[in-house]
Ligand binder design. Structure first.
Ligand code: NAD
Ligand code: ZN
Ligand code: ZN
Length: 392
């Protein structure tokens, strides 16, 4: 990971726009690029998929004007194909990466998702800018809007897919940014919410928002069952994904992939089961019979054994996938603009630093040092300054 000077992006299609980035976050998904997805990365790839900023150039078919303030969703969708018409934007048939059998292209997310230059940069070319960008007002600071790019809609979809609402119970594995917001959205929609994470400050943050928190341990699922009349919660969100702690065999395989020549690593990543399924197995064990399991954590590999007997016998419904961001924005936008801040968006970012300090910030986030929960990079801040937030 390094910060380099590259040529500025230019308009290529009529419906492109170029934005000057004012805030751009690091995501748990970026951490997969560090390890398991490394073989799909090429030197010079620009990563990042949670940006917002100002339009500085607008293609004639883009629906945008110079000066517009926009948040950019991480999936790149055309908005008009068969899939997009059904709200399945991450399956967009115009931008699907057929070479790798993948869904819609994503910003900054390796060959698997189209090698599209990402948003951890001063400028970003936004394709399909007639559909993707979310125009926002000038009044509120960046961090109120920034998480419309990924974290908030992903968490919203996770809770909707878990099918819980007023009076239901929800457990959330993993209290990173996605889990934090899934837990809060569960609370907002009236559910009783249990949150599980091994990191104390992540549990403390969730507890501030009315979540009943648990360390990840052998007795955790029993304790949550005890709190739900022995049945387990109605819905479970796995917001951990394939790099879960607590599965040493997986760890060795992950490190091995990192050391293989890329071509071999790519094949192994797609064919062998490299997932660390710790959180997934715990989720299957915990959800009540007839309940719903919602995976927002990213999984890869194809050979990982799944406990089919338990899944079938417990009659578990399983839903998953990348977030169809634009499908949920109308529900979420009023909440981030509400002065009462019902989802607690003001309490998520722990670090805001100049883009030039990106590599150190990645390390801190990956190692969970210095209380790091969510990092926002500021491309406008001068190196060595704390990175003040531009108000618009
Ligand atoms: N579906 C989507 O569209 C989408 C979008 C964004 C992120 N994601 C995925 O969501 C996941 C979470 O993202 P994030 O930004 O919150 O990342 P993160 O890495 O900050 O969060 C993961 C959390 O899981 C915890 N954890 C690890 N093992 C655990 C276990 N066995 N039990 C309970 N908790 C455990 C870690 O301590 C950490 O707090 C990642 O896999 C990411 O790729 C998916
Ligand atoms: Zn993300
Ligand atoms: Zn489409």
């Amino acid at each position: 990971m390094s910060v380099e000077t590259v040529p500025d992006p230019v308009l290529r299609e009529d419906n492109d726009a170029i934005i000057e980035v004012t805030s751009t976050a690091i995501c748990g998904s970026d951490l997969h690029l560090y390890e398991v997805l490394g073989p799909f990365m090429d030197e010079g790839d620009i990563i990042g998929h949670e940006p917002m900023g100002r339009v500085v150039e607008a293609g004639s078919a883009s629906n945008l004007s110079v000066g517009d303030r926009v948040v950019i969703p991480f999936p790149i969708a055309c908005g008009s194909c068969w899939m997009c018409r059904r709200g399945l934007y991450t399956q967009c048939e115009t931008t699907q990466v057929r070479e790798h059998g993948s869904g819609a292209s994503l910003f900054g997310y390796s060959r698997l998702y189209g090698s599209v230059p990402g948003g951890q940069a001063e400028y970003l070319r936004v394709p399909h800018a007639n559909f993707n960008p979310i125009k926002v007002g000038d009044e509120l600071p960046d961090h109120r809007y920034l998480f419309l790019s990924d974290v908030l809609p992903t968490a919203w979809q996770a809770v909707k897919y878990a099918d819980v609402g007023e009076g239901d119970t929800l457990a959330v594995f993993g209290l990173g940014p996605i889990g934090q917001m899934s837990a809060r959205i569960g609370r907002h929609l009236g559910a009783r919410v249990f949150g599980i994470d091994p990191v104390p400050e992540r549990r403390a943050m969730a507890a501030r928002h009315g979540v009943e928190v648990f360390d990840f341990g052998e007795d955790t699922n029993d304790a949550i069952r005890d709190a739900t009349e022995g049945r387990g919660p109605d819905g479970v969100v796995d917001a951990v994904g394939m790099e879960a702690h607590g599965s040493p065999v997986g760890k060795v395989a992950h490190q091995a992939v990192g050391m293989l020549p890329d071509a071999v690593g790519r094949k192994m990543m797609k064919t062998a089961g490299l997932d660390r399924l710790g959180a997934l197995h715990s989720s299957i064990d915990l959800v009540r019979r007839g309940g719903t399991l919602s995976l927002s954590g990213v999984y890869g590999g194809t050979a990982s054994p799944m406990p089919m007997l338990t899944l079938f016998d417990k009659q578990i419904q399983l839903r998953m996938g990348q977030c169809n961001v634009k499908a949920w924005i109308d529900d979420i936008l009023p909440l981030v603009e509400d002065p009462a801040d019902p989802l607690g968006v003001d309490d998520l970012v722990t670090h805001r630093v100049p883009l030039s300090e990106g590599p150190e910030a990645y390390e801190k986030f990956q190692k969970k040092e210095d209380g790091c929960i969510k990092v926002v990079l500021d491309p406008q801040a001068k190196p060595g300054t704390p990175g003040g937030e531009s108000e618009n």
